[in-house]
Design a protein. Structure first.
Length: 381
């Protein structure tokens, strides 16, 4: 009996397969055994050196005998989100979901690795970096600290992220600052509890916390530059407050949780000073103790101006490309790679308007082909 030959998959079919297989098995932070196994299963079929990094990271090195190497990065981890989409590739892990497009990023990079495998003559060696823990501890920093960029003489690095608020398949980026530095804020107010009928015996941590928010916002607005540029914009926002134990008991303790964003170290330091000054002022005024802490967070994503300008003609000619007029205010640990070597980060539009981290996040997989084509184009520059 004649056996029918199986036709090879085209780019869209291959990318869709990778994305859907990864979407079914979302895992968190650095614990990504199934995700790592799938990525390695694809890379094992290619003529490349596979390097395992951290607990779940994987790198693929394609040696083309050149002096320098171009690196491409994809994040691997998912989010603790319960998916509501009903489809045959929905998450099979309850309470976990690829709601930020990392399945797509990894799918594009896997498809790109398969393409590189077919190209024996290239102007550069290629390093594909599959990185864990973007959503949590900042896996990019950990990968940089392994020294892998120095070992393989990486001269530049590229990455992409799905972006719901530009047209489907469109590529966007900009020179210089693209995303701000981010930091998590934790404010604790230590007052004294008392019964509501004896307020003079208490120090109302709930009231003081509300005053903290108001005075912090007022000070932030007062300190803003007149007519700031988009790159001078800063954000300081309290998003969660917890206080009190009962309806008739004055709260003795409050916590405030929030976030800060700034593009420069100077502006970031100014936000930290606002946190501390507000805490000091109110602790003196009300005779309580207030602590103001912040995480170091991720540095700003800054696209290397010289590298970006050298790529711009090819981007405009070869892709559906637009320059971003202003930076985005989200943050990304991809920024750590830019501290090692010149880098450029890109957005790939989904056109859906469904925000990142939504429980119904999804997109038309045709856009992934545009991400792959961009990576191919960058390889020849």
């Amino acid at each position: 009996m004649n056996r029918k030959e199986v036709e090879p998959l085209n780019d869209l079919q291959r990318l869709t397969l990778h994305r859907r297989e990864l979407h079914k098995i979302p895992e968190l932070s650095k614990t990504l055994p199934k995700t790592k196994a799938y990525i390695k299963s694809v890379l094992d079929a290619l003529d490349c050196q596979i390097i395992e990094v951290l607990e779940s990271g994987v790198c693929a090195y394609f040696d083309r005998g050149k002096e320098t190497t171009i690196a491409y990065r994809a994040d691997m981890d998912a989010l603790p989100v319960t998916e509501v989409n009903v489809c045959d590739y929905a998450s099979t892990h309850q309470g976990r979901m690829h709601a930020c497009g990392h399945d797509a990023h990894s799918a594009v990079l896997l498809g790109f690795a398969q393409y590189v495998d077919t190209q024996k003559e290239l102007p550069h060696n290629v390093l594909c970096v599959f990185q864990p823990a973007e959503e949590t501890t900042g896996g990019a920093k950990d990968i940089c600290e392994t020294g892998i960029f120095q070992k393989y003489n990486v001269s530049r690095v590229f990455g992409l992220h799905l972006w719901p608020f530009i047209d489907a398949g469109k590529i966007a980026s900009k020179s210089g600052p693209m995303m701000p530095r981010s930091s998590e804020i934790t404010i604790e107010v230590f007052g004294r509890s008392s019964h509501a009928t004896a307020p003079e015996k208490g120090i109302d941590a709930l009231f003081i916390a509300s005053q903290y928010i108001q005075q912090l916002y007022d000070a932030h607005r007062a300190g803003m530059r007149p007519n700031p540029t988009p790159e001078e914009r800063t954000i300081i926002q309290i998003c969660k407050m917890e206080s009190g134990t009962a309806r008739n008991v004055i709260s003795g303790y409050s916590t405030l949780l929030g976030t800060m964003r700034a593009f420069s170290d100077e502006d970031f330091a100014g936000l930290v000073q606002l946190l501390e000054d507000t805490a000091q002022r109110l602790s003196v005024e009300y005779g309580c103790r207030i602590t103001a802490e912040h995480s170091e967070g991720y540095p700003p994503v800054v696209n290397d101006p010289a590298l970006y300008q050298s790529l711009l003609p090819a981007l405009r000619q070869g892709l559906d490309y637009e320059e971003m007029p202003i930076p985005a205010m989200i943050s990304e640990d991809y920024s750590f790679y830019g501290l090692e070597v010149p880098s450029v980060f890109f957005f790939l539009g989904t056109g859906t308007g469904i925000a990142l981290h939504s429980n119904n996040f999804d997109f038309d997989e045709k856009i992934l082909v545009q991400g792959l084509e961009m990576y191919k184009l960058l390889l020849r520059q």
